[in-house]
Design a protein around this ligand. Sequence first.
Ligand SMILES: Nc1nc2c(c(=O)[nH]1)N[C@H]1C(S)=C(S)[C@@H](COP(=O)(O)OP(=O)(O)OC[C@H]3O[C@@H](n4cnc5c(=O)[nH]c(N)nc54)[C@H](O)[C@@H]3O)O[C@H]1N2
Ligand SMILES: Nc1nc2c(c(=O)[nH]1)N[C@H]1C(S)=C(S)[C@@H](COP(=O)(O)OP(=O)(O)OC[C@H]3O[C@@H](n4cnc5c(=O)[nH]c(N)nc54)[C@H](O)[C@@H]3O)O[C@H]1N2
Ligand code: SF4
Ligand SMILES: [Mo]
Length: 720
Amino acid sequence: MQEFVYSNVEREMEVYGYDSVTKSHCRMCHGGCGVLVYTKNGRVAKIAGDPDCPINHGTLCSKGIASAQLAYHPDRLTHPVKRMGPKGSGKWERISWDEALDTIAERMVQYKESFGAESVVMGYGTGRENEAVIYRFANLLGSPNVLTAGHFCYGPRIATSIITCGTNPIVDYENHPKCIMVWGNNLVISNPDCYKGEPFSVSLDEGAQLIVVDPRLTRLAARANVWLQLRPGTDAALALGMLNVIVNEGLYDKEFVENYVHGWESFVKRVNEYPLDKVEEITWVPQKKVREAAHLFATIKPAAIQWGVAIEQQINCADNNRALMALMGITGNIDVPGGQVLFRTPKIRNVGQFGAHDKLPKEQAAKRLGGNRFRLAGNFAIINPKCVWDAILEEEPYAVKMLFFISSNPVMTRANAREVYQALEQVEFMAVSDFFMTPTAELADVVLPAATWLEMDYIGDFWKRHGYILPRRKVIQVGECRSDHEMLNDLAHRVGQGEYWWDTFEGGLDYILEPLGITWQGFKKMDYIRGEVKYQKYKEKGFSTPTRKFELWSTKLEEWGYDPLPQYREMPEGPVSTPELYKEYPYILITGMRLPGFFHTENRQVPWLRELHRDPVVEIHPDTAQKQGIEEGDWVIIESPRGKVRQRAKLSKGIDPRVVGAQHAWWFPERKDTGHGWDESNINILTDNAYETCDPAMGATNVRVLLCEIYPEINEGETT
Ligand SMILES: Nc1nc2c(c(=O)[nH]1)N[C@H]1C(S)=C(S)[C@@H](COP(=O)(O)OP(=O)(O)OC[C@H]3O[C@@H](n4cnc5c(=O)[nH]c(N)nc54)[C@H](O)[C@@H]3O)O[C@H]1N2
Ligand SMILES: Nc1nc2c(c(=O)[nH]1)N[C@H]1C(S)=C(S)[C@@H](COP(=O)(O)OP(=O)(O)OC[C@H]3O[C@@H](n4cnc5c(=O)[nH]c(N)nc54)[C@H](O)[C@@H]3O)O[C@H]1N2
Ligand code: SF4
Ligand SMILES: [Mo]
């Protein structure tokens, strides 16, 4: 435990006349950075990095610094509203919290009684530190259906790592890996999940060798010792090729393999199916480079793989993850200092325990949408979004009547956006909790005003796997906004779950901390708590898997009827799988590269952040631009078999001429019509969500690797 201290703030207070400073924990992204929040006349006046925080060591990104512009934004929703006209009419009326929560509760109970609790779907987007309360609420309601981004983001990492080695192996930057392989990740911009770009950059400065696997020349790729510019979506083949080199040249950790892995012989057979000439043909990466990267990674110790979401939003999602874990495992880098560590969280009630999964009746769990089709996902309480849209639109396999989205903007962020829009238009009742009237909120019946991180008490990083928890302390109150935790705590009492909840959510925080023997009031006085750090724990107890081994051959996947070993499948559409379509749509489209100022659909109304990125941008090679008659800055049309959208061209020699890279999540809050231009530049108009294009075990939707055509826009608004 770390005592609560402030460094060097007195001078700031005196010189600038601030009236208070509070240590807190930013959550403008997945969160994590320690911050000092200064106020003047009761308002947040400045946000600075906390030099004493072990996560970010005083650094912050643009989003953290701009948090107050979000919190005080004039368009912010500051009281509950209900819709008075047809969906999309934009006719809203202010209502009280009581009326809002009573209306939602009444509908929920009514649908549960008439159609079963499974007809009520709770939803959230990416991790916003409200997942544990949402699962708790849904499980106690009896609904197995919580729609998240977990099928194609982070959920696959958790699910595949649990079945392979018990938990998510986290890169141990504190002990400086000597070789880092960054795979489909751009952490200096995205600071995702358990990571911040800062400790990674320090390890590079300490001299780590860098391998980058990315189809684009990112800043990291430019700094790399080896950059593998692969054909998008061929990651599993590349990883299996590297494994082939490591196995056949005897570069693996023999002691680890002999004692701690399951399925070695079959695994060797599998990697032998990926000789480097075949790998080069599939991936476009020259054999020499694959070998060079494999040698570096296998011979420098400790080494680690920093992997990202790009490899999860593909048909090979689970196998990509498992192939990378095999690389970590057989090179002996699991649970060693400076490698990938199976960190322990402090002894609190974890997300799963707080989420009350044990309270969901078995017969209800069996009704989880898509649970029989995507069995890896189903076993981790994750569902594929199309299953929800089908249940609304086709009532298959049963009717979904109500949606409650808490921190998600699915019209913009889920594949096949037109189908999503249609489902949201058609669902009988929808509630949304958000900061703003988004294209999704515009289709709701009731919208609740959510609190930002500056307006709540919470146990930050409670869900992460890096072993720390840090207090987030409430600094301000804006209008009638309430945290998702408080609103669900209140709603729970109205739907008959009262006995499992508290008078206020502070009781929930105490409940999470209880096993540690402290309360929220006690934790609030601390800087952070860290779980016990111990390496190579498997030497004592084995891994937390069915065989107690590191499962190269997954006994769980085998049990669920999947290939127990990682394999490479061709993309659902592409030059190899659909050559005819490739003639019509001759470029490979990748989507969703993160931008520093935005978080998916968020922050386009925040002045400092919109200034960083004014318009949606698509990256193309200058040769491609010339061929297509496109110049730098032109508005262009990107078209796939599903539809077309407009973005502005940026020419870059860092992308392969055969590949086009488009931004995602673009809407235009400044447009005051109720659509806010949701379908103009929304790349998910182009993506596909057909079940057969998803990862067969995880249900991950392929939003990353498609085919497209690109050409200059002749008339503005040609897309609609
Ligand atoms: N084509 C394509 N599509 C993608 C991706 C891609 O790379 N390419 N990436 C995907 C990934 S990885 C993810 S995780 C999803 C993300 O999908 P979403 O999470 O649906 O996307 P966001 O835009 O972050 O939506 C969050 C909404 O919640 C609000 N919000 C933020 N914080 C809070 C809070 O604390 N409480 C409440 N009540 N509301 C809050 C914001 O204002 C915003 O409207 O998008 C996915 N979509
Ligand atoms: N500022 C900001 N930060 C964010 C977010 C945000 O929207 N904005 N979103 C958050 C969320 S929810 C997530 S999931 C994370 C994601 O964070 P990251 O994992 O860093 O994701 P991306 O930046 O989308 O993609 C990383 C890299 O993958 C490359 N790539 C594309 N296709 C492929 C491929 O087929 N194979 C390989 N190997 N690489 C490929 C891209 O060129 C890109 O450079 O970021 C989080 N952080
Ligand atoms: S990286 Fe995330 S937690 Fe850190 S300052 Fe930026 S938005 Fe906040
Ligand atoms: Mo994500």
